[in-house]
Design a protein around this ligand. Structure first.
Ligand SMILES: Nc1ncnc2c1ncn2[C@@H]1O[C@H](COP(=O)(O)OP(=O)(O)OP(=O)(O)O)[C@@H](O)[C@H]1O
Ligand SMILES: [Mg+2]
Length: 236
């Protein structure tokens, strides 16, 4: 297991507000999201959670990274996987390298997960960056190898968060939703229109995704800052 060098608490990059400033209102909002997700998991065997959104740039990566930090701070052994094999950003958010990651794991028989998963300085927090971009992302995500790899990782952590591309744009997230235990939809207020959100839900329903809820992101609150809210999904 590699240790992330640059991500000591206090020097975490700006977007990881939950690690930089756990007492802030935003960190508090993330704790509320964590609690709501944990409630939605109550009594269910949900260990792998996909984060997606209808369209680009709604905040999937930043929100899933902060939820991962919040879960780890809450004592859960948490792994965040960057399965956005088209526009990966988790390595940037956590300020770590991306030479080795998920794609290497999928194409190289001899790699051990400990060689690609990075232990953050926050206890209980582990990051698997995307690795180099493949020419065939959907194919890799749909492979038996990927399914088996995710299944093997569930023995290794309490919860696995999976960051993915937008579901209305490419098929990758729908593929992941079909075999991961639950899906959280991120919806950026004022950015995504109702029809786009409905289309995203339809895609998810088509693959029988277990929609755990929706995080409403970028809501205008306290002037220029934005909070996140979470409410339960009903699969309708
Ligand atoms: N609540 C928020 N308040 C302000 N800015 C935000 C918020 N959430 C996300 N952003 C900003 O919006 C931009 C897009 O966020 P992010 O990369 O997480 O979106 P994404 O959905 O993962 O995008 P992509 O579809 O490209 O993967 C980033 O610059 C991020 O810092
Ligand atoms: Mg992203």
């Amino acid at each position: 297991m590699k240790k992330a060098g640059k991500d000591k608490i206090g020097t975490y990059p700006e977007k990881l507000v939950t690690a930089r400033n756990p007492k802030s209102a935003v960190a508090e909002a993330y704790r509320a999201i964590r609690t709501n997700i944990e409630f939605s998991l109550f009594d269910k065997e949900v260990k792998t959670i996909l984060f997606t959104s209808a369209t680009q740039g709604e905040g999937k990566s930043v929100v899933s990274a902060n939820i991962a930090v919040t879960m780890a701070l809450g004592g859960k052994k948490t792994l965040i996987i960057d399965a956005d094999l088209r526009n990966p950003t988790q390595h940037k958010i956590f300020n770590i390298g991306n030479n080795l990651g998920l794609t290497n794991m999928l194409i190289n028989e001899n790699l051990h997960p400990d060689e690609v998963i990075i232990a953050a300085s926050t206890d209980n927090l582990f990051i698997l960056p995307s690795g180099p971009l493949p020419p065939n992302p959907a194919e890799l995500l749909n492979s038996q190898k990927m399914r088996g790899f995710i299944a093997s990782l569930t023995n290794y952590s309490d919860i696995i968060l999976v960051d993915a591309p937008p579901i209305n744009v490419v098929t990758d997230a729908a593929i992941l939703a079909s075999y991961l235990d639950g899906t959280v939809l991120i919806a950026a207020s004022g950015q995504v229109v109702k029809e786009q959100a409905a289309a995203a839900r339809e895609q998810l329903n088509k693959v029988k995704a277990n929609i755990l809820g929706v995080v409403l992101n970028k809501t205008p609150a306290n002037g220029s800052y934005s909070y996140n809210y979470y409410y339960g999904g009903d699969n309708s």
